[in-house]
Design a protein around this ligand. Structure first.
Ligand SMILES: [Zn+2]
Length: 303
């Protein structure tokens, strides 16, 4: 896979660490950390982020045991990822599996345009935090800078920039997998379903609800835009929308047929144009030679 190795320090500055959390309560502590992210302009929508984090906590506490917790949410951040760390000397009740109060909170908010990011980050965190000597060092730092230095030792693999895909192409990917699942042999099914669930985790409920509806009704939900034309209904989309689809991470819907629109991959468009020109050539040559068009058309069409 196309990954690059990086350190947790790349996303965590000392200013993102609260060495002595004032809060003694789980929800308040999360809010305290979010407030600091708002102040640092790393997130803009505190309430939405809080709701997502609390929803996730209600599903199952993100406390790992051993005094650690990693509350997280996938929300449109200002950047790609926003991390805040809070330490509490007294500890906070986090409904931990081992019942221990949490003394270090690592809060992660990441952008939906980075599918699977949290899994990569979490794998790095887990392999570091599982070692008792690393936890000992984390809990025994004397100040923010020292804590930052220890946390910066955490390594993880991060998807390369060019692997970052937007939500529209995630929808397209999901559609491809749903179609493959329909005719998959039993032994491939489990893997495909796992892949499907991973992608679904990265997409908002409202997007998915509409996606499922379209898949049910038409067998597909996402249409490519080629030369400004929706491939599903063959109607032009506005020039403005066509260029936005190319450039932004927002989701667009065809005003005519209601499908989700995704920019066609450039190399694919180029290949199709070559193919089209190749097919048209015999007819064009026949015309030039003064032969009637009909003769050219009767030639067997190569596929
Ligand atoms: Zn359309």
């Amino acid at each position: 896979m196309n990954l690059r190795e990086t350190s947790f320090g790349e996303f965590l500055k000392p200013s993102q660490i609260i060495f002595d959390l004032k809060s003694r309560d789980k929800l308040e502590a999360i809010e305290e950390l979010l407030d600091s992210l708002v102040r640092l302009k790393l997130i803009s929508n505190k309430n939405l982020t809080l709701t997502r984090i609390v929803d996730r906590e209600n599903l199952e506490s993100t406390a790992l045991g051993h005094g650690l917790a990693v509350p997280h949410a996938r929300v449109d951040t200002e950047g790609q990822i926003a991390v805040a760390v809070g330490r509490s000397a007294e500890g906070i009740d986090f409904d931990a599996p081992d019942g221990q109060p949490v003394r270090l909170i690592i809060l992660v908010v990441w952008n939906p345009s980075l599918p699977g990011l949290f899994n990569h980050l979490f794998a790095g965190l887990a392999s570091f935090l599982i070692k008792p000597e690393n936890r000992f060092r984390l809990f025994n730092t004397r100040d923010k800078e020292e804590l930052h230095a220890v946390l910066s030792e955490i390594r993880f693999s991060f998807p390369r920039e060019d692997k970052i895909i937007n939500r529209a192409s995630l929808l397209k990917k999901l559609q491809d997998i749903e179609i493959r699942i329909r005719r998959a042999p039993k032994d491939k099914l489990e893997e495909l379903q796992k892949h499907r669930n991973l992608i679904r985790e990265e997409l908002d409920q409202s997007l998915l609800a509409r996606f499922d509806l379209l898949m049910d009704r038409y067998g597909y939900a996402v249409a490519e835009v080629v030369d400004g034309v929706c491939r599903s209904c063959n109607m032009s989309v506005s020039t403005q929308m066509a260029s936005a689809i190319e450039e932004s991470n927002d989701i667009y819907v065809c005003e005519n047929c209601g499908k989700y629109l995704v920019a066609a991959r450039k190399e694919k468009v180029a290949r199709e144009k070559v193919e089209k020109a190749r097919k048209e050539k015999p007819a064009a040559r026949a015309e030039k030679a003064g032969k009637p068009k009909e003769t050219a058309r009767k030639k067997p069409v190569r596929k």
